[in-house]
Design a protein around this ligand. Structure first.
Ligand SMILES: [Zn+2]
Length: 114
């Protein structure tokens, strides 16, 4: 298992629109979605936890729901993730909504709790 400090030093790529979404949308919507995605790392193809390497999703997946709606974490190491996404544009209209798509937060968006 990696520490948050180690993960921050890895300079992991932030999630990019083209890596997880197909199709076209307006330039404005794309900018809103990308801004939202910047909070997360690009999910690996095998969907492993970036901290401990466990399989996050699937039959024996380690993702567990947290208390806050849509939020969760890896059961093995506690690394936070979000699985329900609702992205709005500048006019507060929903432009993208997912039911279950686990994305782990980018380490640079996290701080250790005291
Ligand atoms: Zn983990």
């Amino acid at each position: 298992m990696k520490t948050l400090e180690e993960l921050k030093n890895e300079d992991l790529p932030r999630c990019e629109f083209s890596r997880i979404l197909k199709g076209e949308t307006t330039k404005e919507n794309k900018a809103c979605i990308q801004e939202y995605l910047n909070e997360f790392v690009t999910p690996t193809i095998d969907r492993k936890c970036i901290s401990c390497g466990s399989d996050l999703v699937g039959f024996l997946g380690t993702f567990r729901w947290g208390i806050e709606y849509g939020e969760g974490f890896c059961r093995e190491c506690g690394y936070p993730a979000r699985a329900i996404h609702c992205i709005e544009n500048k006019d507060n209209e929903t432009i993208l909504k997912t039911n279950f798509f686990v994305m782990q937060y980018h380490p640079n968006t996290l701080e250790l709790q005291e």
